[in-house]
Each structure stands twice: as C-alpha cells, then as structure tokens.
Design a protein around this ligand. Sequence first.
Ligand code: GLC
Length: 471
Amino acid sequence: MTEWWRDAVFYEIYVRSFADSNGDGVGDLAGITARLEYVRDLGVDAIWLTPVYPSPQRDFGYDVTDHCDVDPRYGSLADFDALTARAHELGLRVILDYVPNHTSDVHPWFTEHPDRYLWHDGPPPNNWVSVFGGPAWEQVGERSYYHAYLREQPDLDWRNPEVREAMYDVLRFWLERGVDGFRVDALRQLLKDPQLRDNPPNPDFAPGMPEYDSLLPLHTTDLDELQEIVAELRAVIGDRLFIAEVYVEIERLMRYYAGGAQMPFNFHLLSTPWEAEAIGDLIERYEAALPDGAWPNWVLGNHDRPRIASRVGAAQARVAAMLLLTLRGTPTLYYGDEIGMTDVPVQRSDPDGRDPERTPMQWTRDGGFTTGEPWLPYGDLTINVEDDPHSMLALHRRLLALRRGFAEEGYRTLHAADGVLAYARGEHTAVALNLTGEPRPLPVGGELLLSTHLDGGARGLRADEGVVLRI
Ligand code: GLC
C-alpha cells in the first residue's frame, strides 16, 4: 500500500463557500476546479471536499438524499469527474466526505426501506440527547426513530446487513470514479447500545455547556463492536485512504488505527487551551499513545469549530500555523485559515450556529467568491488572497515548502522558557514558538530558517513569534 498521505498536507474545502462559478451565491464544483491551481501553488497535496451529494441542505449536505450523485447546486457527476481529473493532473488527491451514519429524512430509503433505520416500537425509550441538543428520538405515531443529529437526519441501523452492503456499494461507486480516499463522517456514532440503556450523567457538566454534554455518550458512541465495522470499511476502501472523524479521548482514538483507519482525525488541538505547557503535554501524550506503525495527524480548524484566528487572535494564528505545519504528522488545513480569515458574526442558516466559520473564501478585496450575492456575508475583506497584506499566505507557503525537509523526522520536546513551546524534528531542525505577547529567550542556538514575522529575528523570540532553526 502506498503511504503518500504520510508526508501530505490536506486542505479542507467547504464546498458551499470556496468558489461560485455561476453567480448563484453558492460555491460549486466548477468553481473549485477553476481554483485548483491556487491550491496546488499553496503547496498542499490533497483536498477534502465536504459533502457534494443531493441534499435538502438542512445540515448542508450532511443530510443526504442520494449517495451516488451530486447536488445540482454544486454541479453534476460530470463536473465531479472534471474536478478529479484536473486535481490529478495538478498532482492533488481528492478525498470525499462519506456520511454513513444517517441520511436525510427525505431520502427515498426512509419511506421505502424504513427497516434500514433505527426504530423503537413505542415512545422514546431513554434519555439519549441529540448532538445538536434536544431529545435524540422522534416519535411518529406509535413508533420513534433515533437521530444523533437533526430530526431530519434519521440514523441508519448498521446492525442491518442490508444497510452495510448498500453503504459499502456507495464507497465502491466513488472508488470507481477515482477518488483517493474518504473522510468518514460521524464514525463513532454508527452503533448504539442494543439494550437502549440510558446514558449516565456527565459529572463535569456545568451550566452553559451544550445540552449534549450533560450526559456521557457511553451507549451512543464509540462502542467496542464498532471496530468490526471499521475493519469492514477498511477492506472496502482497500488501497485508498480512510480518514475517520472521531471526537474521542486520545486513548480511545488509537483503537481506530488498529481497526484500519490510517488517519483517525486528531482533534485535540481544537480543545486544548492555547498555552505552551498544555499543548506540549498534549503532543507528548498523543505521541506516546500512538501504536507501532501508526502515523500521527493534526487538525487546527474545520467547518464545525471556531476559526483559529478568532480563537487565538491574528498574531498567535501565525504561531499556530507554524505549529500545525511543523509537528510530526499529517496536517489538515481549513480553507481560509491560510489567509487568516476570522469567524464572521452571522447566524442565518446553520442549526448548530456554525455559520461564522463557513463564510465565503476571500479571494480579492471585493470578495471574488461570486458575481452574485454570497449565501453568507464576507468577513473583513482587507484579508484576501490577492493582497495578502499581513503575509499570512506567504507564511503558509514558506512553511509548506520548508516542512518537506523534515516531514518524516522524529519529534522531541526541548526545554524552553515559560510560555515557549519548543521541539526538535530529527537532528537538524528545531522549532520554538512564543505563545506569549512578550519577548522570550530562544531555547537553542541555530541558523534561522523561518520566522512567523518573516523578517529578521532569531537573537531571541520576539512577542508572538515562532521560528524554525537549523541546529
Ligand atoms: C460531522 C460533520 C458536521 C455534521 C455532522 C452530522 O460532525 O462534520 O458538520 O453536522 O457530522 O453529519
């Protein structure tokens, strides 16, 4: 099996918001195809497209009505083929979002094959809560069906062999069309406790936290038996890439490697406080937990979480980029983070309040995403690809080029001053990141290869500065 993804950098494209080719204000596949050279020149190796399937868009494509077609808003299967062909020509791989846990409630299966879904005879049998809040059961007449997410997203019953076969056929359909792999959505949810036991209360729950966190999802996620399905998915996906969306503790996450996923997404940076010590501990815990032969990966942002530039501020977002792109393991970059896009305070359409991090890509000082009215407003357009006034894009390009020199090298924490995170990659490269707004001493001497400030530096660490050194 080729392991191209080990040294690769992934770029997540939120399809609705990347590039609109027909002026309807919604991004589409032809728009993406036209921008692939930008993606290649950025220096990434693979794109992951959020769901392209026909969908009533209640959860923007994660509510699928046909797994083997393209939503007309985004184009056609021919447009998909054209995108894949162009990407491959440019040396970019294409990863599809595969949504196995649920369908839309208007998917024909829901009426034609209700037995493919998780029904209970009677009113809601337990306390299970939807990820988006509220009860996870919807009563219809005498019966209730389970939905981990929206009421309009009934969960499939993965204990039904017919469901497994039908959903494996979906993978085969796209594999034949030439995709390079899948990001498997909501994988941890596929199996639920057959006894339908109540989930226990979460002792760490505090007011203000999302309702979903009031319970520990012991009986609704990450069941031991799930690994059997992970292995089946692995077998069907064959020699292509299997990325898994699994929000679980580090120790549990490692089981997904054993099951056969090559990249069980490591989301822990998203929830770790932005402090040198906390991040250093996280890296060490994660590195130590990796089973033999498992390759690490890191995620700093995605379409479900606030953007990094909003979370840590513009200055630290540069340090964060250096962290993501110099750690050992495959990074996934969220579109727009490479120019420092921020969350846009808007609440128009997403049921879970995620519009702010999904706004249109800022190509030019006029926007440049569409000739029409964008489906969500732009953010601060002084941040854009064309101008790159803060050289955030330039920094990303430099980092992406530089990392090729040490992508496979080992990780070793270096001792550093308070507020500084420092590590070596192999024998000859060191990274020192100042997570504070004050100057700090450098932990090691060496020749400056790159500073997040792009100019000067390396006698010490300036405020909010990260450096890569040759040691
Ligand atoms: C995943 C997706 C998210 C979606 C959910 C339901 O978490 O990333 O956007 O709402 O699954 O499919």
